[in-house]
Design a protein around this ligand. Structure first.
Ligand code: NAP
Ligand code: MG
Length: 404
């Protein structure tokens, strides 16, 4: 029996809630601990602990991520009124992901995991399409007013030591509505840097789009900032890595995406990303096969599954009923974090373990053993339905066989 892989520096480990908390324990027990001498700084983001610490634990975990550079996160409950009752909460604590994102100031990259037997609804998409969504401003920070006949809407800028500027938006001769939106150069530049860094990190082309033919100042600003950040900081690295950045109009890009084979990062303005990420996720088949990475311009990476805590399965699990919950996105969150740790620590055996872990998971599914969500979609003639634990044990067996 060979030695376990050692980790030089820790990963920040954020535990979570419900069925994914159960998966978390099993993944560590069956897949990670037999091979890796896990070195993690553990934060329990389960709802009970957030309540007990008045949610300080979430901020502490985010701060630790800035210190150590790599984190892996389990899905967590974002409380609503029902959850406040269910868990006897003193407050409706904020979404942990929102808290973490605001501390790391990051961009979220969502990428599907492709596997043989699950055919995307767009059959030409044979490689993953990663969506990066700008998470600040535009219509998500807007101000809106209804207007009635006779009102005049104006855009006014004051202060800042400059003369007042005033332009008419519209003079209403009937009822209508007005909206004011904004963004900041700082946020756009951070978004651009996160996209360029992630493209280099994953060696994929970066596509970006806006509507600057119509929005000649607002959308044009996005295009210009992307271009100047690229020229000043990334052009050479892109050329060395053999990848490209290209900008085009959103309508043109949408048409190109549909005709593409995938294998690139699509950087989206806030609203475009909201809409397109759901379209792309649905086209690839299963929410349980979607990963998510938060890349901070402060040099930190956090990996997680894109799905939630799978509450319905958890209630079955609690009742002692069999479950068939797909752990693949959770496994890939761990492999993403371990690979990144291996790369930053100069530890190729850790990065190699991450590759083998992913391969073992995909090979298991491609051999026909899969959880219910995939069983319903798979075109494999020999597919067999596995429970959560049976699936994990099948992956563990393949992983064991892949020891170097
Ligand atoms: P969800 O946990 O993503 O699950 C929605 C449905 O999708 C499930 O009921 C299940 O369908 C299917 N599904 C999702 N992941 C699956 C998996 N790994 N394997 C098999 N099927 C899977 O969303 P939700 O039920 O709306 O939310 C539950 C909790 O998660 C909420 O409290 C929410 O706040 C939280 N949440 C957290 C995050 C995060 O931490 N990143 C993200 C989203 C939601 P079937 O029931 O049909 O089998
Ligand atoms: Mg959406």
């Amino acid at each position: 029996m060979s030695e376990k892989i050692k980790m030089k520096n820790p990963i920040v480990e954020m535990d979570g809630d419900e069925m994914t908390r159960v998966l978390w324990r099993w993944v560590k027990e069956l897949l990670l601990s037999p091979h890796v001498d896990l070195n993690t700084e553990y934060y329990d983001l389960g709802l009970a602990k957030r309540e007990e610490t008045s949610d300080r634990v979430t901020a502490e975990a985010a701060e630790a991520t800035l210190r150590h550079g790599v984190a892996v996160k389990c899905a967590t409950i974002t409380p609503n009124e029902e959850r406040v009752k269910e868990y006897g909460l003193s407050q409706m604590w904020k979404s942990p992901n929102g808290t973490i994102r605001s501390i790391l100031d990051g961009t979220v990259f969502r990428a599907p995991i492709l596997v043989r037997g699950i055919v995307p609804y767009i059959p030409t998409w044979t490689k993953p399409i990663t969506i990066a969504r700008h998470a600040y401003g535009d219509v998500y920070r807007n101000v809106e007013l209804p207007a009635c006949a006779g009102r005049r809407a104006e855009l006014v800028l004051t202060g800042g030591g400059a003369p007042e500027e005033r332009v008419t938006i519209h003079e209403f001769d009937g009822g209508g509505v007005v909206r004011g939106v904004h963004n900041t150069d700082g946020s756009i530049a951070s978004f651009a840097r996160a996209c360029f860094s992630y493209a280099l990190d994953t060696k994929q082309d970066l596509w970006f789009s806006a509507k600057d033919t119509i929005s000649k100042t607002y959308d044009r600003r996005f295009r210009d900032i992307f271009e100047s950040v690229f020229d000043a900081e990334y052009k050479e690295a892109f050329s060395n890595a053999g990848i490209t950045y290209f900008y085009t109009l959103i309508d043109d890009l949408v048409a190109r995406v549909m005709r593409s084979e995938g294998g690139f990062i699509w950087a989206c303005k806030n609203y475009d990303g909201d809409v397109m990420s759901d379209m792309v996720a649905a086209a690839y088949g299963s929410l349980a096969m979607m990963t998510s990475a938060l890349v901070s311009p402060k040099g930190a990476f956090e990996y997680e599954a894109a799905h939630g805590t799978v509450q319905r399965h958890y209630y079955k699990y609690q009742n002692g009923e069999p479950t068939s919950t797909n752990p693949v996105a959770t496994i890939f969150a761990w492999s993403g974090a371990l690979r990144k740790r291996g790369e930053t620590d100069g530890s190729p055996e850790l990065a190699d373990f991450a590759d083998r872990l992913e391969r073992a998971s995909l090979d298991t599914i491609e051999s026909g053993v899969m959880t219910g969500d995939l069983y319903a979609l798979s075109t494999l003639p020999n597919k067999r339905l596995a429970g959560t634990e049976a699936f994990l044990r099948a992956v563990a067996q393949r992983l064991e066989a892949s020891r170097p």
